[in-house]
Design a protein around this ligand. Structure first.
Ligand SMILES: Cc1cc2nc3c(=O)[nH]c(=O)nc-3n(C[C@H](O)[C@H](O)[C@H](O)COP(=O)(O)O)c2cc1C
Length: 189
């Protein structure tokens, strides 16, 4: 399996309006593949304007926020490509689409790294951040997964939150749990 980097992808439509979404970038030699499921705004934007920025952030509220309707995060212009990136990030990449491998479910946009910038020091691993990312992914798949699987994974992920979270991770977890609780309520009626 190729390595996948979970990051915040910003794309722009033909008018230059930015769109933000968490996506996993798939390593492909010196290139990175963006693989959005159909339908998606990221996919439409990549066809209209074949550039993207990948912002690597340790503020996991951005991941949790994007999947819970909180999509307003400060952005700024990228250095080389016409696009936007997260203002507050550890580092960012600027990507240009080289070619598209079409697929009915999930086209793959193979991108060349045209610019890489570091903005501040990396602060080390944190288990609660990883747990937030896992729950964020899980909440995008609630309708597809067996309820017991969701509840079992939650029990495990909660351990890292209770032992290692700081205020940002706690807040991100709360937003995601609101979504999980709405899903629980909808199931039990
Ligand atoms: C950590 C993480 C990784 C994700 N990776 C992908 C991905 O590789 N492809 C995808 O289609 N959606 C992925 N998602 C879900 C998208 O962020 C979500 O569906 C989003 O709304 C994309 O659709 P949009 O471009 O219309 O906003 C991921 C979500 C999270 C939290």
């Amino acid at each position: 399996m190729p390595r996948i980097v979970e990051t915040i992808v910003t794309t722009c439509d033909a008018e230059g309006v930015p769109h933000i979404a968490p996506l996993g970038l798939i390593e492909d030699g010196a290139n990175w593949i963006i693989a959005p499921f159909k339908p998606s705004k990221t996919l439409d934007n990549l066809r209209a304007h074949p550039f993207a920025a990948a912002s690597h952030t340790d503020d996991v509220r951005v991941f949790a926020g994007c999947v819970t309707g909180r999509k307003t995060w400060p952005l700024m212009a990228t250095a080389v490509i016409k696009g936007m990136r997260l203002k507050d990030c550890v580092a960012h990449w600027e990507l240009e689409v080289q070619n598209v491998i079409e697929d009915d479910l999930r086209p793959r946009f193979r991108c060349r790294l045209v610019r890489e910038e570091s903005h501040r020091a990396w602060q080390g691993f944190n288990r609660a951040q990883a747990a937030v990312l896992e729950l964020a992914v899980l909440t995008t798949r609630l309708k597809m997964l067996a309820p017991e699987k969701v509840e079992n994974e939650l029990k495990y992920l909660e351990i890292a939150i209770s032992k290692t979270a700081g205020p940002r991770e706690d807040e991100a977890w709360e937003w995601l749990m609101e979504k999980v609780n709405a899903w629980r309520d909808a199931r039990t009626g």
